[in-house]
Design a protein around this ligand. Structure first.
Ligand code: NAD
Length: 308
């Protein structure tokens, strides 16, 4: 198969490109406009792999997108503005890339003879949940502009399945961590701050709960859904490993042998969702389960950032 991976120079996308090159014989086209969050360094030796091609381009660029989509069998759309804090400061780039960009890809896709269009979405589209977990049938209730733009894209993707018969599948994953993430996000930021002896600014009282999935477990799940998922279906992807932000922060400090008094509590993010949790039984029924233990994967992640 020849697969177009949009946003493949970013955190999860680049890990996915490496995963495909290492575990399949597919040809990969990475399509990315290299925003602050994307980097050719993330692609590393993939750039020299004859099975890999890199196109620098914007998913809102109709002509370039049509050309790229017309050469592939499948599209996996990771490209997005992905940082909630930035979406609170200004949501325009989020609507542009996450909604208009997805629409541009979908329009190109219905003109091409695609086997699959996989939309990479997020648990944030469901909003927060005090107890229990969200299943794929739960209503969308996004509560920040980033999540709202992703929810809009999910609805568009489904509409192209219903209206145009496009063979779409959607994955909604919980928070990822691992190598190649931009240091503006919690785990890499706190690793680098701690290593430098700087303070670790935790939002609010640090009790917000996230379900942490190691990025390679998510990549395996996305690959499985791409090949074996039922067309028109949504698949939640989550490890089930819930932790408060404060617990994650303490774990990072413990790995680095740094004191907990580096933690400072700062004014909470407006509209900060208290807890996300996913019921991932549907993707598990395809044969997926997380393979990475949280503490081991966090140690690997810490080593990765220290090496840099
Ligand atoms: P990221 O910000 O690290 O990477 C996004 C990539 O998209 C970057 O390489 C960037 O250059 C590229 N990009 C942005 N705008 C573009 C445009 N207009 N045209 C082409 N490329 C563009 O994001 P990530 O954390 O790797 O997330 C990837 C996807 O997974 C996103 O769709 C996000 O919503 C979703 N997701 C992320 C998480 C997480 O914990 N990181 C969890 C669930 C879902």
């Amino acid at each position: 198969m020849r697969i177009l991976v949009t946003g493949g120079a970013g955190f999860i996308g680049s890990n996915f490109v490496h995963y495909l090159l290492d575990h399949t014989d597919d040809d990969i086209v990475t399509f990315d406009n290299l925003t602050y969050a994307g980097s050719l360094d993330n692609l590393g030796d993939a750039l020299d792999n004859p099975r890999h091609e890199f196109i620098e381009g914007d998913i809102c660029d109709t002509e370039l997108v049509e050309d790229a989509v017309s050469t592939v069998d499948a599209v996996v759309n990771f490209a997005a503005e992905s940082h909630v804090d930035r979406s609170i400061e200004g949501s325009k780039p989020f609507i542009r890339t996450n909604v208009e960009g997805t629409q541009t890809l979908l329009d190109a896709a219905i003109e091409a003879d695609l086997e699959r269009f996989l939309q990479v979405s997020t648990d944030e589209v469901y909003g927060e949940i005090a107890e229990g977990s969200f299943s794929e049938d739960d209503p969308l209730n996004p509560r920040n502009p980033y999540a709202a733009s992703k929810a809009a894209a999910d609805l568009l993707v489904n509409s192209y399945y219903v209206t145009h018969g496009l063979p779409v599948v959607t994955t909604r994953s919980s928070n990822n961590f691992g190598p190649r993430q931009d240091p503006e996000k919690l785990i890499p930021k706190f690793i680098l701050n701690a290593a430098n002896g700087d303070t670790l600014p935790v939002y609010g009282d640090g009790t917000n709960v996230r379900e942490w999935t190691y990025v390679m477990d998510n990549c395996r799940a996305i690959d499985l859904v791409l090949r074996d998922g039922d067309v028109g279906e949504v698949y939640n992807i989550g490890s089930g490993h819930e932790m408060t932000n404060l617990e994650v922060t303490r774990r990072i400090l413990d790995i680095l042998g740094k004191p907990h008094d580096l933690i400072t509590f700062v004014e909470d993010r407006p509209g900060h969702d208290q807890r996300y949790a996913l019921d991932a039984s549907k993707v598990r029924s395809l044969g997926w389960e997380p393979m990475h233990d949280f503490d081991d994967a966090l140690r690997t992640t810490v080593e990765y950032y220290l090496d840099r």
